[in-house]
Design a protein around this ligand. Structure first.
Ligand code: GLV
Ligand code: MG
Length: 346
């Protein structure tokens, strides 16, 4: 464990000073783009106007013979467009792959100043973050990058889940973490063939009572992992995200999974298809009625202490803090999104 004073020192001479606080950004959806496809790349500038984060995917779902084209395509996309306040991220190949080193070094060399976050797949422990942290500092110094590139880990191995708290604390570069339900299912030997979401056979059933049909309810396969991830991330001052939902046609199930994650503390989710952008936007922008109620709590307790009743519900210091989480998020969303500014009445 590093001493507190050393924790924030740059890891290479000439590398930028690490952030002490995360830049405040609304990141309701991380939109995945397969950058090896010319047609998709050409639309990236317009797509970026409709999402909070645009991510050039280089890892899984990109065929092995298109890995270099995806890397080059992402660099071209990064150079060509002005992304404004939309985050520019990439998901590089995992550290033991033949592509990771070139992904990281070529991208930082070409567009290091535009790149906000590197998403690192299959993180197993803090050692993976330490490696990337050091490498990024060297590359930032070599290429004169002015602001630190952040790291976002995918939580998608059993070992990663076991080490999630150390991963969250591994570096001041840590931006946050996403659940990777597909790889995690495989790593845990779960008996599923899905990318996120529930399973009809993972359920509870009521006790048998003579003459009555037994009721059965599906349970959430991801509840434990998301709770563990949220606690690790929030206690480290970083953000947590639901990852991918692969059944693109099942918008209702996608919305429910995203909303559970939002209610549990997550800041956003991945969008794999334009239809999921609207879902993520709807889910990860707080509900207008909740915002209105939260505002009433803050107004009723201006100094955040004491006890008041609102609509028959007790409010105290703790509900004031919950209300503040919602109102602070609503203000951030309103500052970015005129539609929500009007809805929330800020
Ligand atoms: C994402 O990378 C996943 O494995 O679910
Ligand atoms: Mg994965």
């Amino acid at each position: 464990m590093k001493s507190p004073r050393k924790f924030y020192e740059p890891l290479a001479i000439g590398a930028p000073q690490p952030y002490r606080d995360l830049p405040v950004r609304v990141e309701r959806m991380i939109h995945f783009v397969p950058a090896h496809l010319e047609k998709v790349r050409a639309k990236a500038g317009d797509m970026a106007k409709t999402v909070d984060v645009i991510l050039g995917n280089l890892e899984d779902a990109i065929p092995a013979d298109a890995k270099e084209a995806a890397r080059k395509g992402f660099i071209e996309m990064g150079q060509k467009f002005d992304f404004g306040d939309t985050g520019l991220w990439t998901r590089v190949n995992c550290l033991n792959s033949p592509w990771a080193l070139d992904d990281i070094s070529e991208i930082v060399a070409a567009i290091g100043d535009k790149l906000d976050v590197i998403m690192l797949p299959k993180v197993e422990g803090p050692w993976d973050i330490h490696y990337l942290d050091q490498l990024l500092a060297q590359l930032e110094a070599r290429h004169g990058v002015k602001k630190p590139i952040m790291i976002h880990a995918i939580l998608e191995t059993a070992e990663g889940v076991k080490n999630v708290e150390q991963i969250a604390l591994a570096s001041p570069r840590m931006h946050g973490m996403s659940l990777g339900p597909a790889d995690l299912a495989a790593s845990r030997a779960m008996k599923t063939t899905r990318v996120g979401g529930g399973h009809p056979e993972y359920k509870v059933i009521s006790d048998p009572v003579d003459g009555q049909a037994r009721t059965s309810v599906q349970q959430d396969l991801w509840h434990y992992t998301i709770a563990k991830m949220v606690d690790a991330c929030q206690s480290a001052g970083i953000k947590s995200f639901y990852g991918p939902f692969g059944d693109i046609a099942d918008e209702a199930a996608c919305e429910v999974q995203f909303r559970n994650a939002f209610l549990m503390g997550c800041a956003g989710a991945w969008s794999l298809h334009p239809s999921q952008v609207a879902i993520a936007k709807r889910v990860f922008s707080p509900d207008a009625k909740e915002v209105a109620f939260a505002k009433r709590i803050l107004e009723a307790m201006p100094d955040g202490s004491g006890v008041v009743m609102i609509d028959g519900k007790m409010q105290d210091d703790a509900t004031w803090k919950q209300a503040k989480v919602i109102v602070d998020l609503a203000k951030q969303v309103a500052a970015k999104d005129a539609e929500y500014k009007a809805l929330y009445g800020f």
